[in-house]
Design a protein around this ligand. Structure first.
Ligand SMILES: N[C@@H](CCC(=O)N[C@@H](CS)C(=O)NCC(=O)O)C(=O)O
Length: 340
């Protein structure tokens, strides 16, 4: 992940509401390219009771947005690892407004929650509680430690690794051996995550937030080159790395469910669509969507409203398009192709 310091990185440094309002949508650097900042809180919950952050039921709390593809990964792994009774969740309002992510009652915004753990109105309050000197962006997801009152991690890639193993002693027996990062596939998972992160997960953002034509075109073409490569892999394989569902699939899935309804139009990734041009990716998306518990982590209303209504520099009238993309509840039919 890039650690370049950009004007976007510093966008949240001005903590006054006016400063935040002026900066919240400034995501691109002087050269017109979007660079995602590196996450700041990088501790790990571990199984050992002697660890700085030992796994304990009810001690850790996850703050997410249903809209955010990075937060979405953590929600899926929490669900598929049977961690719902062990780690609580709070969900922010879909709108990323001038003050950053804000909590809302479910009666005000269905699907959102208030912050029952810290009583915060804005997510930024948690960051400043954890580190009063914090000057970077106030992002979701956040894994919060209720015992020490701090942020364990705000890096989704690492939160899903913790969820994968650290809490195994606390989950029901049927979830203990479930792993999305099996020892024999680690290298392959890391390798595929690398190019999928750069060209697809983050690639759509690089296309969408580019403020220079060449930066947009380069990123958009890279998105579709990788989708073509992925379509080829999934034509001959049930999941990205064979018959086992891994972390690599879950990380890609959250971008693909947003692709047709959001990235195709809003981020101008319009050289193709999953529904019509990538039958193998569509089959794979449906397969994952239909795993028990996954569909309830996909809130298309929050997803669409977040992107189309928050990024007013791209969509000033905040019109939210009607389509939700392909119906993922339809049977996951394998199109004609190589047998796997
Ligand atoms: N590296 C982080 C990235 C998280 C991230 O960029 N989240 C976005 C939402 S999709 C966010 O909260 N942005 C708020 C902001 O930048 O002000 C992760 O994967 O956990």
């Amino acid at each position: 992940m890039s650690t370049d310091t950009t004007s976007a990185d510093k966008a949240s440094a001005d903590k006054t509401p006016a400063g935040a309002a002026a900066n919240i949508t400034k995501w691109h650097s002087k050269d017109g390219r979007f660079r995602r900042q590196a996450s700041s809180f990088r501790s790990f919950v571990e199984a050992s009771p002697d660890a700085a952050f030992p796994a304990e039921a009810g001690r850790y709390h996850l703050y997410v947005s249903y809209a955010c593809p990075w937060a979405h990964r953590t929600l899926i792994v929490r669900k598929l690892k049977g961690l719902e009774g062990v780690i609580g969740v709070s969900v922010v309002h879909y709108l990323l407004g001038p003050g950053g992510w804000e909590f809302a009652s479910p009666s005000e915004v269905p699907g959102a929650t208030l912050d029952d753990v810290n009583g915060a109105r804005y997510l930024r309050e948690l960051y400043l509680k954890a580190d009063p000197e914090y000057t970077a962006r106030f992002t979701v997801p956040v894994l919060w430690d209720k015992k020490t009152g701090t942020i364990v991690s705000n890096e989704s890639a690492e939160i899903i690794r913790m969820f994968n193993t650290a809490f195994n002693g606390l989950v029901a027996p049927e979830f203990r051996d479930v792993t999305f990062y099996p020892a024999d596939l680690k290298e392959q998972i890391d390798e595929i995550n690398g190019w999928i992160y750069d060209t697809v997960n983050n690639g759509v953002y690089k296309a969408g937030f580019a403020s220079a034509q060449d930066a947009y075109e380069e990123s958009c073409r890279a998105v579709f080159a990788s989708l073509g490569r992925i379509e080829g892999i999934l034509a001959g394989s049930e999941f990205l790395l064979g018959a086992r569902l891994t972390e690599a699939d879950l990380r890609l899935f959250t971008t693909i469910v947003r692709f047709d309804p959001v990235y195709h139009g809003h981020f101008k990734c319009n050289l193709g669509q999953i529904a019509t041009d990538y039958p193998h990716i569509l089959r794979w998306t449906r397969e994952i969507y239909q795993l028990p518990g996954v569909a309830e982590t996909v809130n298309m209303d929050h997803i669409k409203r977040h992107y189309y209504m928050s990024h007013t520099q791209i969509n000033p009238f905040q019109i939210v398009p009607l389509s939700n993309g392909p119906d993922l509840s339809q049977p996951a039919v394998k199109p004609a192709g190589r047998p796997y």
